[in-house]
Design a protein around this ligand. Structure first.
Ligand SMILES: N[C@@H](CCC(=O)N[C@@H](CS)C(=O)NCC(=O)O)C(=O)O
Length: 190
């Protein structure tokens, strides 16, 4: 199995963390460089990472890749509650990826305009919901949604895209899990 990705993508990192101790090859791409982009496009026409190559099959989208892998490793599917947690996490991750790409396109993302206001509102309401979910014990185990939440929070810090440290439960969750060896091993800063 080959995982096409980059060291900086939070969508890729969640799968690298999930795949700890599994046999696979990580293909680290610079998706904006011509050659790597061509390789990515051949495998995934959406030109997004991650993509997973397993034999003849190429699976796109971290959520679908996770479903594929959980099935391959005979693990239980996520519960509907966990699927909803993942939707919350992905909604902020997608909103902030858009903000990052806009920033890199020299657009002022701090401006008071509909698109930016919607992303800010979404980020705030989702972080509030995730903070409550942590308080309710929904992230007590290191399951896939927990991995995804930790990778999101660390990436938001790394890219300086939003402030989540005012959410006490999120901070507690983040710190409780920070010592896991795989997180140091997949740190986008190194
Ligand atoms: N829903 C996708 C999102 C993946 C995604 O947005 N990946 C980013 C990197 S963090 C990407 O490839 N962006 C390239 C682009 O938008 O052109 C997933 O879960 O895999």
């Amino acid at each position: 199995m080959k995982l096409l990705g980059s060291t900086t993508s939070p969508f890729v990192r969640r799968l690298r963390v999930y795949l700890t101790e599994k046999e696979y090859e990580f293909v680290n791409l610079d998706i904006f460089a011509e050659q790597d982009r061509a390789l990515l496009t051949i495998n995934n026409p959406t030109k997004k990472i991650p993509a997973l190559i397993d034999g003849e099959l190429c699976i796109y989208d971290s959520r679908v890749i996770y479903r594929y892998l959980a099935n391959k490793f005979s693990q239980d599917a996520l519960s509907w509650q966990q699927e909803n947690l993942l939707t919350l996490i992905d909604s902020v991750n997608d909103a902030l990826v858009s903000m990052l790409l806009l920033k890199r396109s020299k657009v002022d993302t701090q401006q008071d305009a509909l698109f930016f206001n919607l992303q800010r509102e979404r980020t705030e309401s989702v972080l509030t919901a995730l903070d409550k979910a942590v308080a309710d014990g929904q992230f007590n185990n290191w399951h896939y949604p927990a991995i995804c939440l930790w990778c999101l929070l660390d990436w938001v810090d790394f890219r300086e895209l939003a402030e989540w440290r005012s959410y006490d439960q999120l901070v507690q969750f983040f710190e409780q899990n920070s010592t896991r060896a795989i997180l140091a091993k997949t740190d986008p800063r190194v």
